[in-house]
Design a protein around this ligand. Structure first.
Ligand code: GLA
Length: 377
């Protein structure tokens, strides 16, 4: 079943055009609304449908999002010659997204993006024990994070879809019933915007993000090592061997972590044991939407700017991809096949008093925005 949301607009335009036609006796130009959302069924989990939404604009950009994990499966953008290409890693069908080894391709991550040390925190004198799904720590919300649930979804307009999920008190070990919404909107200027909101009925910690793996070559290059990256961050949070921040905020200047101006991802990667998997501290004084990252792929001419309201961005260079996972079009994704740029609060903030707080109290509304702006040069 396919619903075309902009049909009403087309009919209205046709009616207006017909009116103009009778008055002015001229042949009308029937102009379509330039943005559209189509809905279809992507697959089933048990008997429950997983829905897919396809957002399109007139500038050649197309985004597909499924209700399982509020997951972005496709982002198609033109290169400098107008040739479209899919710039995110993903699978051909729902079965891929359900694999236990799916490394969060395109997922919405919650309740807590990244790691919480020893899978626990203390809040108002009470210890909360969380799912320990990553070397004794919690990663990305636990065994069944927001990436592994079916979200409710509704079209909001000709360019946006709202996903919502109620995470019950105790899920993954977190306190509070958490009511979460993510609105995805596509603009005619090739921007995909994600607006996150959440509210709780008991004090809790929240850290939401998006986990797309970008490769702007759209299949032309097997890895992202030639992509050039700029991060609007002078410093980063060093980690221990289990990728838990030590608590230090260290200058990135003149180190392999220095992305203060455009630099190929591969330039210093060998100097970083395991590759990049670090939270960068964004240069900012307020929580307004501002640039966090810029990624350029020279030969296709595709570029991506990421804006956010969040204080940090996790730069993960796809280190755990190892050629065993078969993705879209039967391609086996090697190490560094794609990179993630995940705007977020810093990892392990509930246990790090010097980091910006991730605490959400009843009566407050959690609000964060991530914007992907695609361009060519
Ligand atoms: C995040 C983490 C990485 C890794 C990926 C998923 O980006 O920081 O360490 O767990 O998710 O593979």
């Amino acid at each position: 079943m396919i619903l075309i949301r902009n049909m009403k607009n087309i009919l209205a335009l046709m009616a207006v055009s017909a009116l103009l036609c009778t008055c002015r006796m001229e042949k009308p130009a029937v102009t379509e609304s330039t943005l559209s959302v189509e809905e279809s069924i992507y697959g089933y989990i048990a008997n429950e449908p997983v829905r897919q939404f396809r957002l399109k604009n007139a500038s050649g950009m197309e985004v597909k999002i499924i209700s399982y994990g509020a997951t972005i499966t496709d982002i198609i953008v033109p290169d400098r010659n107008g040739k479209p290409g899919n710039v995110v890693l993903g699978f051909d069908s729902l079965a891929g997204y359900l694999l236990p080894e799916n490394p969060y391709f395109g997922s919405t991550i919650g309740r807590y993006a990244n790691r919480i040390a020893k899978a626990r925190f203390t809040l108002n004198g009470k210890i909360f024990t969380l799912d320990a799904n990553n070397n004794g720590n919690m990663l990305h919300g636990g065994f069944k994070g927001f990436d592994k649930v079916i979200w409710n979804a509704e079209m909001q307009s000709d360019s946006s879809v709202k996903f919502s999920y109620v995470s019950p008190d105790g899920e993954g070990g977190f306190p509070g019933n958490l009511n979460v919404q993510v609105i995805f909107s596509l603009s005619s200027a090739n921007e995909l915007r994600m607006d996150f909101t959440a509210a709780t009925d008991s004090p809790t910690h929240v850290n939401l993000t998006g986990h797309s793996y970008f490769n702007l070559s759209a299949g032309e290059e097997a890895t992202i090592l030639n992509h050039e990256l700029r991060l609007f961050a002078d410093s980063y949070t060093p980690v221990n061997e289990l990728l838990i921040p030590t608590g230090e905020i260290r200058s990135a200047r003149n180190t392999p972590f220095d992305f203060t101006s455009l630099k190929p991802v591969g330039a210093d990667i060998e100097k970083v044991p395991g590759g990049y998997d670090h939270n960068f501290v964004l240069n900012r004084n307020d929580d307004k939407l501002q640039p966090a990252a810029e990624l350029i792929h020279r030969s296709s001419g595709r570029g991506l700017r990421i804006f956010t309201t969040q204080p940090g961005i996790q730069f993960y260079s796809g280190n755990f991809l190892d050629g065993t996972l078969t993705g879209r079009n039967g391609i086996k994704y090697p190490k560094y096949a794609g990179l993630c740029l995940e705007p977020q609060h810093f990892p392990d903030s509930p246990n790090q008093p010097s980091f910006p707080s991730t605490l959400l109290n009843p009566g407050q509304t959690y609000r964060q925005t991530i914007l992907y702006q695609f361009f060519t040069q």
